[in-house]
Design a protein around this ligand. Structure first.
Ligand code: FMN
Length: 216
């Protein structure tokens, strides 16, 4: 199988968590001889080539981050330039996000199933996984801890050619945290995490407080 992979993140390749996930995913996927070509929606200079590849390839995988509980606007803008296929092509998705609970990705997942039909492709499922915020900010050891499990999912995809197996469904992790974990996270976000966010903002050159409301 040869797979056309489209990274749907608006973040440039170097900073994209989706790209780091794809790095590990494709390692596993290629073990059985599967090949791929990858494009980045963040680079508008590639859009003509992506359209050409979309028209030419029969196995398509779009990997995308959840942005404000839905698909990134830039990816949507690109998708609107495609002509539906209706030639027996298959499409699957990797939908990944920052927060860990699977439930917040389900609306996006349902949308992607509809999208497959609108693109004139057979829907081959969505690999749904949160808890990826840290990839961009941590050292290689921690980054690998988060991204390594995707290698197994790459193997699974190469073998089954879809994301419908039990292993893929289990990969999502907890659909919703139990009450005591939710309480703990609430406390954590109110105090220590807030301190962490402040430091992060300062390091990114932010000069205003986090609750600054310039338009209010
Ligand atoms: C503008 C924006 C909106 C986001 N919205 C969500 C969200 O609704 N839920 C969530 O879990 N993560 C959200 N995230 C986190 C991203 O999904 C997460 O960090 C992802 O790994 C980013 O992948 P990328 O670097 O390839 O774009 C958001 C990030 C950004 C920048």
């Amino acid at each position: 199988m040869h797979v056309l992979i489209i990274n749907g993140s608006p973040r440039v390749k170097k900073y994209s968590n989706t790209d780091k996930i794809l790095e590990k995913f494709t390692q596993g996927m290629c073990e059985n001889g599967t090949t791929f070509e990858q494009y980045e929606v963040s680079d508008k200079a590639q859009w003509d080539s992506i359209r050409e590849a979309f028209n030419k390839n029969k196995n398509i995988l779009i990997a995308l981050p959840l942005y404000v509980e839905c698909i990134p606007g830039l990816l949507m803008e690109f998708l609107e330039t495609l002509t539906p296929k209706n030639d027996g092509s298959k499409i699957a998705f990797i939908l990944q996000s920052g927060f860990a609970e699977g439930i917040q990705l389900r609306c996006g997942e349902a949308y992607l199933e509809i999208l497959a039909g609108k693109l004139g492709c057979e829907y081959k499922g969505t690999l749904v996984k949160g808890d990826n915020f840290s990839i961009r900010f941590v050292d290689d050891k921690m980054k690998n801890k988060v991204t390594n499990p995707y290698t197994e999912m790459g193997r699974e995809f190469a073998a089954k050619e879809d994301f419908n197996s039990e292993a893929c469904k289990k990969f999502t992790g907890p659909e919703i945290f139990p009450p005591h974990v939710r309480l703990l996270i609430g406390i954590l976000f109110r105090f220590p995490a807030r301190k962490g966010f402040k430091m992060l903002a300062k390091n990114l050159g932010c000069e205003q407080p986090l609750d600054y409301k310039p338009y209010s």
